[in-house]
Design a protein around this ligand. Sequence first.
Ligand code: DAT
Ligand code: MG
Length: 138
Amino acid sequence: MERTLAIIKPDAVERNLVGEIIKRIEAAGLRLCALRIKHLTRREAERFYEVHQERPFFKSLCDYMTSGPIVIAVLGGDNAIKRWRELMGATDPAKAAPGTIRNDFGLDVEKNASHGSDAPETAAREVAFFFSAVDLVD
Ligand code: DAT
Ligand code: MG
């Protein structure tokens, strides 16, 4: 079984889309291994997205990710990383396939409703960023 980190971003929490997005996760057969709600501090957002710190959108991204509460989940299952990214769709909602979370609910390339880890190494780092081993169910 593989694990990945999923975030329901502030724009989606604000619009009461948490239940709808978790419904899609469960319908796809991914398991919830951990779940919490949190309002990120500036420092936490900057550390979480440090790989993007040289990008022109970094400050705006951190402003946005600290603008309201987020829901953070660890998802488990065979191929969970790829399957969750497929459910989300492409980064830019305008380019995401119909029926994906970002196409259905994303507002723009920044306010794109959800986050998913992109590889096993980043998934391990991102899960450990928010959760301890004792927080995770198998
Ligand atoms: P993803 O979230 O699909 O893994 P990413 O890792 O390239 O995409 O970027 C992280 C987040 O940064 C993304 O979800 C939204 C924001 N972002 C990416 N490209 C952007 C851009 N060109 N303008 C504004 N925000 C952007
Ligand atoms: Mg990414």
